[in-house]
Design a protein around this ligand. Structure first.
Ligand code: FES
Ligand code: CO
Length: 334
């Protein structure tokens, strides 16, 4: 699978950045190879349209935001959040102007900006603990990694890499991961398991447990195609829900967006300690993931990779994605 060559991947919501990254200026990025520009409209809501002016193709992201519209830097044409052209300074005759640039679905959820290039198959993933009394959010990362999004997703359900990639942090020495179950959901699956881990300095601070070792009881939920919400429950009652988006920007370029939802307080564990430990772990993953091939085979014959028995979550992801991408294109009513 090459993400820019799969048109049906346009029909999902992707988390593109924290709301805090959207200030007064427009922000440009690529999503599935398509240049998009994001900004906040007059109500403060995020908006997204194609980052290419229909007059002479200048990047709208180099322009300005005026009255909630985006204004091209080249000749000042203005477009609203739906991409409709609302002003041509050189032309006072024809209003409203019956043309525009492609506009995309754009929403704020979980204090982040989400974009769907086309009518999405599924809603934005549901994370019930978000906003519940007793739970807080710690916003962690928004970094661009040089690998395919599915590599990041598979890695988030691969407990066999702990003993190798994370041997310097929390990884146990046993190369065989504990048994797990997979439960199918409408838009993905839930993987449940209990993993004994080391509890080194740095992690102890981040989870509030002082012993050398501990156990992670996990309910790790996969949302097709590239999002997961993984709830880890520790013996002290701490729930740490890792929410990870692997947003496909282009071939071998994926935006790694992550936040955590936890049932403790800033006084118990400061956010900076949570972020510091997760940063260390994610950098261990990043080094090896950026060494993997950008093409993740979905179909037999597309490329050959051998599998372990414990690769079942990743194989299930590939199948779920393949079932959608290889089916006849569906309309939104289907
Ligand atoms: Fe945008 Fe001319 S290129 S207004
Ligand atoms: Co890892």
């Amino acid at each position: 699978m090459r993400v820019t060559q799969e048109p049906l991947l346009r029909k999902f919501w992707y988390c593109v950045m924290p709301m805090s990254a959207l200030g007064d200026k427009p922000v440009g990025m690529k999503l599935l190879g398509e240049p998009i520009v994001l900004w906040k409209d007059a109500t403060g809501a995020p908006r997204a349209v194609k980052d290419r002016c229909l007059h002479r193709t200048a990047k709208l992201s180099l322009g300005t935001v005026e009255h909630g519209n985006i204004v091209c830097p080249y000749h000042g044409w203005a477009f609203d959040g739906g991409g409709h052209c609302v002003k041509v300074p050189q032309d006072v005759v024809e209003k409203p102007h019956p043309f525009g640039v492609p506009g995309y679905r754009c929403a704020e959820r979980y204090n982040h900006v989400w974009v769907a290039l086309e009518d999405p198959y599924y809603d934005i993933p549901e994370i019930p603990e978000f906003g519940m009394p007793g739970y807080r959010q710690v916003i962690e990362f928004c970094d661009d990694w040089g690998c395919a999004p599915l590599r990041i997703m598979e890695n988030a359900f691969d407990n066999a890499h702990f003993a190798f990639v994370h041997k310097g942090s929390f990884g146990d020495t046993d190369p065989i991961p504990p048994p797990f179950t997979l439960e199918d959901t409408a838009d993905g699956f839930i993987m449940r398991t209990e993993v004994p881990v080391r509890n080194p300095e740095g992690m102890r601070d981040a989870i509030g447990i002082a012993s050398d070792r501990t156990v992670r009881r996990t309910a790790n939920r996969f949302f097709t195609p590239f999002f997961r919400a993984g709830k880890i429950t520790y013996p002290n009652g701490l729930e740490n829900i890792l929410c990870t988006a692997a947003t496909p920007m282009g071939e071998n370029l994926t935006r790694f967006v992550q936040w955590v939802i936890r049932n403790d307080t800033e006084e118990q564990v400061p956010a900076e300690k949570v972020i510091a430990f997760d940063k260390r772990v994610s950098l261990e993953d990043r080094d090896v993931l950026e060494s993997t091939d950008e093409n993740v085979p979905l179909d037999a014959g597309e490329g050959r990779e051998l599998h372990m028995v414990c690769d079942k979550p990743g194989i299930t992801m590939r199948k779920k994605i393949r079932d959608i991408l290889r089916a006849a294109p569906r309309t939104s009513a289907a």
